[in-house]
Design a protein around this ligand. Structure first.
Ligand SMILES: [Mn+2]
Length: 319
């Protein structure tokens, strides 16, 4: 898979990808689109679901927006400032998007369990693109089935720990359910960028709120996060609204006072060395985006996560 940035047609496979950021269609960052599970060890999977959105809908277009924006960053052989080419180290493919009949929550949950669960059971690592953040709950279920109770690093403006009794499908309640279901260890879970109301007295997780995250250095945040998750199998979930609306306007529930894309990228990069077992980028909503700003932030964060995964497999690699 090396040199994918250079080719437009791979003569051996007839795989066609855009040589430039404006030609052809392809998977994330020109990765092959395939459901051959032997083709890769890491799969990007889109989950175009936004039925659990409480505010502005539109994240069903998130996976395609991230793929499209990834065209802007596909040309680097070595993603700055890493000292290696990530696709020389990891075999990555794009699985495409999961499909479910419109309006059918249960069908989409079933698809996640069956298809993403199937990939994980086969020993693959999955990077999911939302969709609204609710789907992180079925994703955690699929991952915990294989990895057991996990640590979690959660970037978001919202804690998503609300007890929603009126509907189980709500993108603000996943992390109320996840510890009750035993999917994540609350003592090894940290939320970064929070800047909306939550009940502090009974909050189970450690929080580095938005104001703190903006005041602390990325190095200090990384130090704290690594101390919390240790070497426990860790799930990384990134709600794009963790970023300030200046850096991610295209999302359903934007909140001012968020992180810069630079800060978030530095933190992700600093996480190299953790035991990353699964990850996602959620809540990119192209109808509210401008000039691909949000899609590009999502694509760049996702690429950074793949580098962190590569370092897990080869600790001598670095930035
Ligand atoms: Mn959020």
């Amino acid at each position: 898979m090396s040199g994918i940035y250079k080719m437009s047609v791979d003569k051996s496979t007839n795989f066609v990808a855009g040589l430039t950021s404006f030609s052809n269609i392809s998977g994330f960052i020109t990765l092959p689109l395939t459901r051959d599970i032997d083709a890769a060890d890491v799969f990007v999977v889109g989950v175009p679901y936004d039925l659990a959105t409480t505010g502005r809908a539109g994240t069903r277009g998130g996976p395609m927006a991230i793929r499209q924006a990834s065209g802007h960053i596909r040309w680097e052989e070595k993603r700055w400032p890493w000292d290696f080419s990530v696709f020389d180290e990891l075999r990555v493919a794009d699985y495409g998007d999961l499909d479910a009949p419109a309006g059918n929550h249960e069908a989409m949950l079933g698809e996640i369990q069956e298809q993403i669960g199937g990939l994980i059971a086969a020993g693959k690592t999955v990077l999911s693109f939302g969709g609204d953040h609710f789907i992180t709950l079925p994703l955690l279920r699929a991952h915990a089935k294989h990895h057991g109770k996990m640590a979690m690093i959660h970037f978001d403006a919202h804690t998503d720990t609300y007890e929603e009794y009126e509907s189980v499908y709500n993108h603000g309640c996943m992390f109320h359910h996840a510890p009750i279901e035993g999917l994540i260890d609350p003592d090894k879970t940290v939320q970064i960028g929070i800047r909306t109301e939550y009940t502090k007295e009974k909050h189970l997780f450690q929080v580095i709120d938005g104001a703190e995250a903006n005041d602390l250095s990325a190095d200090e945040i990384v130090k704290r996060v690594k101390a919390i998750v240790g070497d426990t199998p860790t799930y990384l979930t990134f709600d794009i609204d963790c970023l300030d609306p200046a850096y991610a306007p295209g999302t359903g529930t934007p909140v001012p006072g968020g992180l810069t894309s630079d800060k978030a990228l530095k933190i992700i990069r600093g996480l190299a060395g953790i035991n990353l077992v699964g990850m996602d980028v959620m809540e990119v909503s192209p109808p509210y985006d401008h000039s691909d700003i949000t899609g590009l932030a999502g694509a760049t964060l996702a690429l950074e996560m793949l580098h962190v995964l590569a370092v897990k497999h080869k600790p001598n690699l670095g930035a």
